[in-house]
Structures are given as C-alpha cells and as structure tokens.
Design a protein around this ligand. Sequence first.
Ligand code: DC
Length: 656
Amino acid sequence: MEFLDLPQLLSAAGTVRLPGSKSISNRVLLLAALAEGETEVRDLLASDDTERMLNALQTLGVGVVHQGGESWLIKGCNGNFPVKQAELFLGNAGTAFRPLTAALALAGGDYILKGVARMHERPIGDLVDGLRQLGADVTYLANEGFPPLHLKPASIQPDGVISVRGDVSSQFLTGLLMALPLTGQTVSVNVVGELTSKPYIEITLAIMARFGVSVAREGWQRFTVKAGSRYVSPGTIYVEGDASSASYFLALGAIGGGSVRVEGVGRDSIQGDVKFAEALAKMGAEIEMGPNWMSARAPKGGLVAVDLDCNHIPDAAMTLATTALFAKGTTTLRNIASWRVKETDRIAAMATELRKLGAVVEEGEDFIRVTPVVALSSSPSPACGGGGLKAAAIDTYDDHRMAMCFSLAAFGTPLRINDPKCVAKTFPDYFERFASVTKAAPVIAIDGPSASGKGTVAARVAAALGFGYLDSGALYRLTALAAKQAGVDWADEAAVAAIAAALDVEFSESDIRLNGQLVGDAIRTEEISAGASKVAALPAVRDALLFRQRAFNKAPGLVGDGRDMASVVFPQAPLKVFLTASAEVRAERRYKQLIDKGLSANLPDLLLDLQQRDERDSQRSVAPLRQDVDAKLLDTTDLTIEAAVNQVLLWSKEAI
Ligand code: DC
C-alpha cells in the first residue's frame, strides 16, 4: 500500500488557486453534450470523476476535444446521442453515474452502466423509481435498488407529475431535472420527504439556466420543466473553483495561523459549500471574502467547538470534523445521514480514524461528536492546540475527502496517510498545494559511520536549539536486543521485522525503556553492535522502523542521527550533514569510551570491528551508508566536539 508521511506542521500561510468544482464540472459536461451547438468549457477540473464523464461522453459519440490545460470543447448532440448501444464504466463517480442514468434512460438507447464495487453498494433505487414513472425501462443487473443497470429504449409518458424521494441524496433529483428536457413534455417532480443538500440543487438549476432551461420551483417541494425546453450552448462557460476543496485550505489558515487565501470561489459562488466559511467563523476563525476569493486566519484565543446542523454543507462538513481536533470543547455535527452513502460510510470511517489519533468520538445514524485530545505538553505551535494527538497511520477508504481532511491533523502530530493518491478523484495535486502553504517542523539529518561522534554532536545541537533528538541507531540496537531476548535469529528477516514493528520502547531525556525495563548500556555492547548492523541490513526491518522514526518529526524541530536520515527517512530535511572521521581516530574514541566506563577493550580489535561494520553498513543493498548529494561534509578527525557542534549550528542558522 502506498502512503504519505506528514511531519508535524508549525504554521500555514499563503495563497492557493483552487481546481475546478467537481459538481459543476460534471454537470456542465453533460449539459454541453446534450445541448445544441459547441461549448468551450474553461477551468474544468482534471480528476478521476471528470475523466469518467469525458470518457462516457466520447463512448456515446459526443465530440470531445482537449484544447490544452483545463479547456475542453464539447460538440453538443442536441439531445440525441449518436451511439445507441454502449457499456459504460463509471468507476466511483456518483456525479457521472446518476445524471447519466437519467439522461440515457430517457434518451432512447440500449445501455449498460457499471462502476467499481463501492458504486454497486450506493443506492440508486429512488432515481430509478422516478424514471420508471416516466415510462423508462431500467433493469437492475445485480441487486434490486443498486447499480449496475441496464437501460433500454422505452416510450415516455405524456405530460405528468412524478415523485422522487429527496431525503437520501440530492443527486437523484439533480439527475432527473437535468434529463427532463429530453422528454419533450411538461413534467413536474414532487419531492417526497425533506430535501437533503439543497445547495446542490441550486447549482443544478443555475447551470441548467446557463444552458437555456429554466425550472419553475415551488419551494423545495415541486419542480417543473416545461414542454419544449431544450439546452442551447452558452458558447463559453467557466467552471468555478471547488468550494469543498476550499474548505481544507481555510481550515489550514484557521488552525495554523494564516492567513490562507483561496482563489476561484467567494461571495458570488453558486456552490453551497462556500457556507463552510461561516461554520469556520462560528469556530472563531477570522474570515474575509471577496467576489471570488476567501481567506481564513486563526483567532487569538484559539478555535472553539460548535454544535451545527450541517445538512447544507455535507461534504465540507467533514473538514469541520478534523478541525474539531484543534477546538476547545466538544463539536457536534448533525443532520449528516448522507455521509453514510458516499464514497464510503463517512461517519463510520471518520469515527474510526479520529479515534486512532486519540480523540473521543461518538457516532449516531446522522451525527458525529468529536472531543479532541487534551494536550499533554505545551501547545506545539502558537496558533493551535491538538498537542496530545497520537501519531497514527490513517486509512482513507478510497475516499478523497478522508485523505484531505486528515491532512489537517498534522498540526497535532506527524502522521501517515495511506493511499494518498485517492485525492485524484477531485484534487490530484492536493498534497503539493498543501505543502506549498504549510511549514513543517524542520529536521537536521546527521549521518555518518560508527563512532564518528555524530550521536554526541546531534544530541548537543538538539539541546542548543530546543529540538527533539532521534538516535535512530538505538532503534536497530533495540531490535537486535529484543530479538536476542526472544530467541530469534538475527538472520530471520520476517521474525526480526515483526519484532521491530511491535517494539515497545519509550525514549525519555536520558534513558530508554524496552518493554518497560531500563535498557542502559545493554544495547551498547560489541555483541549488540554487531547484531544491530546485521538486522539493519534487512529491508523488512528498515520498513518496519520507518514510520516510528518519522513520528519523531515534531514541533519545534528534530535532530536525527543515523545512516540514512538524509537519504531515506527525512529526504526533505532542510539541513543534511555527513559527519565522519578516520577509522583510526574513531577506534581510539570508542576505546577511550569503553575504558572510561570500566569495560575492557582492545584497540586493534576495535579498529578491525569498525572497519567490518563500515563495510557492511556501506555495502548493503538497502539504505547504504553514504554521503547524500545534498549533505554537507563534516570531517571531525581533527575537530573537537565543540567545534563540530558550532559548525552544525552555524549551518542550521542559514538553512532553517
Ligand atoms: O549509529 P549506531 O552505531 O548506534 O548504529 C547501530 C547500527 O544500526 C549500525 O550498524 C548501523 C545501523 N543503522 C542504520 O543502518 N541506519 C540508521 N539510520 C542508524 C543505524
């Protein structure tokens, strides 16, 4: 499984130009395809979901021309798809599946619509019921009420009134409304039950109007499309920035200081999710807004919890759930039952993952309640709390919004995001933009051979800067010791890796505990040194220790020493140092150390031993010891410790 490890964040500020809205993009594409005339679509979102729609339209014989960048030309078919028989695969794109089902059921052709397994678990029965009332011929190919579907030509009923449930997903009503002009009749739709996610219906009506079809609306209960309504290209149409995507950046500003400004949506937006800014303001964030931009800044006293009905912002409300980790008090998000039928059961997924970070979460059929972790130590950054969060690997459930929401938790702890590429559904370069407006806790990576003095230098630099210190060699030594205690052979890769993964260690100021027991010098013996070097050559052991090491990358900063700090563990480190000394000088230093501790030692043996270890550490195939291309060389053969420390501190002033 792919993953992305995020260091703890210190602050956020900057400007982000948003990608196009998914909801608007796919509606515009379908209406452009159904319209008379050619439509130039600008600022279209480039993502999995829009690609599904574009591919489907091409399969249906619609002319689709990529004009470069985010511009596309769609040659409308005037309500009559040229291809009358096709099988369409629509992945997990609800914004493609529902509207295409409606349009194709009324267009008169023989079509099969399929998706990924999750798509086949997402209900579509209410839409199909609505279409059947119009005379459409729709068959379920697997389970009653769910895709895949088979649509066949049918004779559509004359003028009439149909009913559709509105309380599961507004996408059913959207799909029906957009398809109704294809009937050529006057049709009214009565909404049964309380219509959920009303702002998405507003988007639908606004885009239909841009393509020349106006829908008469009586409250949120009844919608009528008149006979003779047809779509006509508006010529050129611009897709607004994605308001749901804006939520992550506004939250970054609200948690991490700010200001963070998003461009592409603002006060004049037709998307309901811009109301997320109001919800964030209720949590205390300082929000500013212009016609097509918004910005957020953290409040002086910190964010506070809210109790909110989120039915009007179902997608952006997920961002509030992770923002709640940094708000004082318990946040309750209500009226979010639709979360359960999205890309995944979002209420369950959100609860599970928030708990991994240490939050207390209560979930109900249609609500979630989040109480953040009480910070154990002082706040990690001036702007936010959340200091007590536990480092964890977050699962994302093939749900782009889970991945994006949980990136915010990095203000409280380093964390791992599993399958980060799922963001491609709506925001392929999300993590690049995220990195461009956030500042991570810095790392000074110091690598070098055994006994080069890097441990002493690293610990002193860390103390001088007030940073944390990671002695990564100790983790390999502890693994070797734990394996020995468990009677596991150091060459048994799988067994040693399992021990490394489960290592129960606690690092404090001056000592280390393994399984609750003080370790002392037990990991510094020559036997364990040799064992550490052996287990360190096993790739599975290195993998097992990777996230454990990255979890040290906390505020305000870290000095890590080892062999692969610069090349593998912290490749983004702003300062990398390769610290070395001649083998003879290192052997002498080790000899002196041992004698000082009252241990027996033999200089020629030590030298031979060091040379063998250097050889093994630098010749191994995984993460061999070598100077990273970006690392500065510090040869301490003729340097005192103070001089070496001062040199690193000097470099750190320039780099950090
Ligand atoms: O730095 P040290 O002597 O405590 O390291 C013990 C062993 O672990 C040594 O043989 C090299 C290995 N090691 C490693 O492979 N990668 C690291 N980042 C740190 C140590």
